[in-house]
Design a protein around this ligand. Structure first.
Ligand SMILES: NC(=O)C1=CN([C@@H]2O[C@H](COP(=O)(O)OP(=O)(O)OC[C@H]3O[C@@H](n4cnc5c(N)ncnc54)[C@H](O)[C@@H]3O)[C@@H](O)[C@H]2O)C=CC1
Ligand SMILES: O=C(O)C(=O)COP(=O)(O)O
Length: 332
């Protein structure tokens, strides 16, 4: 579909869709929007202002992926009433600017939890057993082996023990791993009740063979040179959350020194900044595996995210209350 293709009647009120993966799903969501008298307009997922400006002018609702929503975007959308984040993280949205303009922000908590938890285990196993590197060797004619670890023998740390962190913890417990968790918003009892040992962030590197990140982005990196200096040799780090949780140059140095044995991620800084990632350097190819932010991309999660986003968008446009509002300070 081209950037400005319209679905529904010309003119009238329009809904801008910039999520990469929004589709009708099992409920004909595009039909529901059209039935509500809304024209659906597609825009670029990276939210380039020059391309979006003409589309934002008439938009009353916006279904957005992970692209930035800044004061400049909002001021280009004077009729905007509701920004429905199709997904969970609101780190790229200027929530204060939205609140100041009376724009209601919603998201789809829980809709992609199982999808991201599944991918996280896949990334962890890929790094732990060297699956992508093994595949490359076979394709180049070599049946050279590598030695990994069994997941059940490991102590695994989880940073951010929310919906996805706990879903990953449940899967890890099923494998027989020992699960430690750090979450500054949860008390120790809540963490224990969800099956993990509560620990401080600083304890994790020395105690874990693998650590998985599930905290919101938008702040300073939690994984930096100091934190990495405390790691056991051979740490595996998994990041299916946000790139800015990790100081990437510091991690590249730790991978080269061998302190960190592997990094498996669904995101990199370059996802939003463009350019070249230090983690994609040729000499790190066998230690780093990256997927293109596809954690939420399952048939099931896309269906749930779309249904929740459209239901809340229509509720707000009807003058009602959304089920999943995001308030200022609702993120990290
Ligand atoms: N790869 C992908 O496609 C996806 C990535 N995500 C990312 O995963 C993150 C987590 O998603 P959910 O589990 O659904 O959110 P959630 O809100 O249920 O869990 C986040 C947890 O992190 C905790 N937290 C906040 N600040 C923290 C800090 N400084 N250190 C450690 N923990 C902290 C919170 O208390 C909360 O329990 C999202 O914010 C998003 O960035 C989410 C969905 C899809
Ligand atoms: O839900 C999130 O925070 C995600 O990262 C998923 O984003 P997406 O819908 O795949 O652009």
């Amino acid at each position: 579909m081209s950037v400005t293709e319209r679905i529904g009647p010309a003119g009238g009120r329009s809904v801008l869709v910039t999520s990469r993966s929004f589709s009708s799903g099992s409920r004909d969501l595009l039909g529901e929007l059209a039935e509500a008298g809304l024209t659906v307009v597609r825009g670029p997922a990276d939210h380039r202002l020059d391309a979006l400006r003409p589309l934002l002018a008439g938009t009353v609702g916006w279904i957005a992926g992970t692209g930035p929503v800044t004061e400049a975007h909002l001021s280009a959308a004077p009729r905007l009433t509701v920004l429905a984040r199709y997904g969970v993280g609101v780190d790229a949205v200027d929530l204060e600017a939205a609140a100041a303009r009376g724009v209601v922000v919603t998201n789809t908590p829980g809709a992609n939890t199982e999808a991201v938890a599944d991918l996280t285990i896949g990334l962890l196993l890929a790094a732990l057993r060297g699956i992508p590197a093994g595949d490359r060797r076979v394709r180049s004619g070599s049946w050279t082996i590598s030695r990994g670890r069994e997941l059940g023998a490991l102590t695994v740390g989880i940073v951010g023990f929310g919906r996805i962190g706990r879903a990953v913890g449940r899967r890890l417990s099923g494998f027989g791993a020992t699960v430690l968790a750090y979450d500054p918003m949860l008390d120790a009892e809540a963490i224990r009740a969800a099956g993990a040992e509560p620990v401080e962030l600083a304890e994790l590197p020395a105690r874990c063979t693998a650590i998985s990140l599930h905290a919101p982005g938008g702040g300073r990196p939690l994984v930096d040179a100091d934190w990495l200096a405390g790691a056991r040799d051979g740490l595996i780090l998994v990041n299916s959350a946000r790139a800015d949780l990790v100081d990437e140059p510091a991690l590249a140095a730790a991978l080269r020194s061998g302190r960190v044995a592997g990094y498996a991620a669904d995101t990199l800084d370059t996802e939003s900044t463009g350019g070249t990632s230090p983690l994609l350097a040729e000499d790190l190819a066998d230690k780093v595996v990256v997927t293109p932010h596809l954690g939420a991309q399952t048939v099931e999660a896309i269906d749930r995210m779309g249904s929740l986003a459209v239901a809340d968008l229509l509720a707000v446009l009807d003058g009602g209350t959304p089920t999943h509002p995001v308030r200022v300070g609702g993120s990290r």
